[in-house]
Design a binder for this molecule. Structure first.
Ligand SMILES: [Mn+2]
Length: 338
């Protein structure tokens, strides 16, 4: 049995939930959407795509609208007794909202590092793969399943976003699936999604970040201002890496409950996920991949003000990065602009 056959045989009911992480991004939405089509097509299984948290505006909601994808907040879904099965995509129990644990049977398809502690009825977790979209696309290609254009477009977009257009964490599978999806996709939609990622009001987050950027060696810290949407914090962090002198970026925004962070690395020696996890250890939660990570620290749990917490977080990051870089040069530990 190949992986798709295994997944299909593990699903016993005809109405399931497909769960995504708390801030669904294009890769998770594409994976869920493509899986939804597969389940309906091959086994006549109905499914509802759910998240628990927020959908950030612009490119994610543009994607949902232009491709006819229906996603729901778990709050909006009436969970009856006959809906007992969950398939998680682009997420695992351990990095997804705890409310998903109510399901009796959970399967998992993901590309994040492994979190342990749960027996899935089916799992296909491939850490290191560039996108979850690539894994789902392979289910189609391996089984010669015809893919509708909107499914291909969603998957190609998810793959492109998670791999920063095939420049970040790319594996052979991502390249093969990029090729497989490319001619099946509506490239005009891809083009318009890629070119309308910001609203005018979002520009202020860039202005704030540029105005208060602090650089230590090749590491930058920047604040997008109060209560920026998560996706925007991530975009500003991506943007920082386009600056020649920067190869590790920590971008944050103070929100009502705490500080949200987005971390990017293009330095092979600096694993964004691991560094974030240890920098926030004891303060809050965080982690991710080699090249991208995120975190959140609640004021209430630390008893610190936003200002103190920002300083604490910055100091932790700098100390850990110093440890990681064996060739750390003391001259780069100095703020060159603050
Ligand atoms: Mn992903």
């Amino acid at each position: 049995m190949n992986r798709l056959e295994e997944l299909l045989s593990s699903i016993k009911t005809d109405n399931i939930i497909i769960g995504m992480h708390d801030f669904p991004d294009p890769d998770s939405i594409a994976s869920a959407f493509a899986l939804q089509f597969l389940l309906k097509e091959l086994k006549n299984i109905d499914s509802t795509i759910c998240y628990k948290g927020e959908v950030d505006k612009f490119n994610t909601s543009n994607m949902v609208n232009s491709l006819g994808i229906r996603i729901f907040n778990l709050k909006e879904v009436k969970l009856t007794d006959d809906i007992s099965e969950l398939v998680l995509v682009d997420a695992q129990i351990g990095n997804v909202n705890a409310e998903f644990r109510v399901f009796g049977k959970i399967s998992c398809i993901d590309h994040h590092p492994m979190y342990h502690g749960l027996d899935y009825v089916f799992e296909d977790i491939r850490p290191g793969t560039g996108s979850c979209s690539s894994i789902i696309a392979e289910y189609y290609s391996e089984n010669a399943i015809e893919m509708p254009q909107n499914v291909a477009t969603a998957l190609l977009y998810g793959l492109k976003i998670d791999t920063a257009n095939l420049t970040r964490g790319v594996t052979r599978l991502d390249l093969d699936m990029h090729y497989y999806l490319y001619y099946k996709s509506d490239l005009d939609i891809i083009h318009s999604l890629e070119n309308s990622t910001l609203n005018l009001k979002d520009l202020s987050a860039y202005t704030n970040a540029i105005e208060n950027i602090v650089i230590y060696g090749k590491i930058c810290f920047a604040d997008t201002g109060y209560d920026s949407p998560d996706k925007l914090i991530a975009l500003v962090s991506d943007f920082m890496l386009t600056v020649e002198e920067i190869d590790f970026s920590v971008v944050f925004s103070a929100k009502q409950e705490g500080i949200k962070l987005s971390i990017r690395s293009m330095n092979q020696k600096l694993d964004a996920g691991k560094i974030t996890k240890s920098a926030l250890n004891g303060l809050g939660g965080g982690g991710g991949h080699q090249f991208m990570a995120g975190g959140f620290v609640e004021y209430a749990k630390t008893g610190m003000s936003a200002k103190r917490l920002k300083n604490e977080i910055r100091t932790n990051f700098i100390n850990i990065v110093k440890e990681e870089l064996s060739c750390w040069d003391s001259s780069v530990g100095r703020a060159i602009d603050s």
